[in-house]
Write a protein that binds this ligand. Structure first.
Ligand SMILES: [Zn+2]
Length: 79
């Protein structure tokens, strides 16, 4: 009878630990995924082409990015 009680407590506690580890792992996964997604969006800059008037955005590095419509190199908009 004592062995059954200890086994049951061990089973319940291991079930709780596995559940908590699963929730913690999912939390870490989705938190890192969302932070990567928002970092990518935050690094995006807006450009306004002075030649054709097209508005476009890019997350490429560099001072001037070529327009997607006409290819003219424009500096990023500053607010
Ligand atoms: Zn253009």
């Amino acid at each position: 009878m004592f062995a059954v009680t200890v086994a049951f407590e061990y089973l319940v506690s291991s079930y709780l630990i596995v559940g908590l580890l699963l929730v913690f792992g999912l939390w870490l996964y989705y938190d890192r995924r969302d932070s990567r997604y928002y970092d990518r969006r935050r690094r995006r800059r807006c450009f306004h082409c002075v030649k054709c008037g097209h508005l476009y955005s890019s997350n490429k590095a560099g001072q001037k990015i070529n327009c997607t419509e006409c290819g003219f190199a424009n500096p990023p908009l500053r607010f």
